[in-house]
Design a protein around this ligand. Structure first.
Ligand SMILES: [Zn+2]
Ligand SMILES: [Zn+2]
Length: 435
């Protein structure tokens, strides 16, 4: 039993020092958590009392309880809102590639079936392909299983298997991904792609880290071999002097993942930190960071997880997307874009007015995007109300519906306490939520 909880993967020692002067540069767009609701109806009731409103079955409402043309803060969004984000991102930004970090399906989790999942993924994917500048790389979210969060490991080959999802995703991506990527994607939802000759993207299926994936009771030790695969690919990158972007849906923090998975992930980041350009996630729907600290010296930050805010407005947030830029093996800046739902719902026939919300380095007054700079920023947030208010304003993408600048001290402390990731076995989560 103990072995099943405190497992530790073997991580080989350094073969040689990573080449720190690798030339690579580019920008990419990250979009995440669309959860498009194809049953969204303009004018339907937003206060239905259920999990997901704004549907024909909720009846028609007027005034403030009426579903708007671009969405509502209590509902999943209409397709036209996502299409507006895609058009905007495509027209305004020169990018090498796009990244979509999962949760294609709406939040009607009580009635969704396999056909609905495939239909939601297929429709969203078609739109992504229509607008993306460069290739678009998919990540599988926890909502892509008809039974939410339920991802059996690949050795389950009976009627409970989730192989059909991985096969469907690889069929959709067959013109984008390499034959090797399609093999691993088809097996367990993970893959590696070269972005240029010096840079690789490693997509990890972090549904195999999630506490809410009950299959981890059956197979708790690196289910789907996601972390063993990550170690192998990072070793290959080190040997070949490649830099690495890591993308997942669920961020491996002290809340979402089983302790041993997070523990081993921290060990991996600590061992390979010089290779990593950035780590990108979705899932929480909020604009957040996580800061990983060394297991050897817990005062030393060793990695940053960037959680891009959602497209859907379901969590009372404004829709947002991001552009990341990197050069010479490091992230150089991050630009976050959003639109004010309240303001734009008054203009049903105009194009959505997307705005730049903030530039991370300039607006947060960071020296750079290194873990050390973010550690300094975290200390400033604890000491300085202005910095903390800035982070909280962005947390909901400046939502008028839920202004995090006015939240209680307890909620504020919880948001700040979510940021550091330290010794997972000593910092178990207080609560689990799903998005
Ligand atoms: Zn989501
Ligand atoms: Zn999610």
């Amino acid at each position: 039993m103990t072995k099943n909880i405190f497992w530790e993967l073997e991580i080989p020692p350094k073969i040689h020092d990573a080449n720190l002067t690798i030339q690579n540069e580019g920008c990419f767009i990250q979009l995440t958590d669309t959860h498009i609701d194809d049953q969204y109806r303009l004018g339907s009731c937003t206060n239905c009392g259920g999990i997901l409103c704004c549907r024909e079955s909720n009846g028609n409402c007027s005034n403030e309880n009426s579903a708007g043309p671009w969405g509502d803060y209590t509902c999943d969004m209409p397709e036209r809102t996502f299409e507006s984000a895609l058009l905007e991102a495509s027209e305004k930004h020169d990018t090498k590639f796009w990244l979509f970090t999962g949760d294609f399906c709406a939040h009607d989790i009580w009635e969704i079936n396999r056909d609905d999942v495939m239909s939601d993924i297929g429709r969203t994917w078609e739109l992504l392909l229509k607008y993306a500048k460069g290739k678009v790389y998919p990540v599988i979210g926890n909502h892509e299983s008809p039974v939410i969060n339920c991802f059996p490991p690949p050795e389950i080959q009976n009627e409970l298997s989730i192989q059909w999802l991985y096969e469907y995703m690889s069929d959709l991506s067959k013109d984008i991904l390499s034959p090797d990527s399609l093999i691993t994607l088809r097996r367990a939802g993970n893959y590696k792609e070269f972005l240029d000759e010096n840079t690789v993207l490693l997509v990890v299926n972090s549904n195999y880290c999630a506490r809410l994936n009950f299959w981890l009771f059956y197979d708790p030790i690196d289910a789907g071999s996601q972390l063993s695969w990550l170690i192998d690919e990072l070793l290959a990158a080190e040997l070949n002097n490649h830099k690495v972007h890591i993308a997942m849906h669920i961020p491996p923090d002290n809340r979402e993942c089983i302790e041993a998975w997070t523990y081993n992930y921290i060990r991996i980041i600590e061992r390979f930190q010089q290779l990593i350009v950035g780590q990108y996630f979705g899932h929480t729907h909020f604009d957040e960071i996580r800061l990983i600290y060394s297991l050897v010296d817990e005062k030393t930050p060793i990695g940053v997880q960037y959680i891009t805010p959602a497209q859907t407005q379901f969590s009372h947030t404004n829709s947002a997307y991001r552009k990341f830029c990197y050069n010479n093996g490091q992230l150089s800046d991050i630009f976050t874009y959003y639109f004010d739902l309240f303001e734009n719902n008054l203009l049903p026939n105009s194009r959505i007015m997307w705005k730049k919300e903030y530039e991370t380095v300039k607006d947060y007054e960071l020296m750079d995007l290194s873990p050390t700079s973010w550690n300094h920023f975290l200390q400033q947030m604890h000491d300085n109300t202005t910095k903390r208010q800035q982070y909280l304003l962005h947390y909901s993408s400046i939502s008028r519906h839920e202004n995090f600048q006015n939240i209680s001290k307890e909620k504020e402390a919880k948001i700040l306490n979510d940021i550091p990731i330290k010794k997972p076995f000593e910092n178990p989560p207080n609560s689990i939520e799903t998005f």
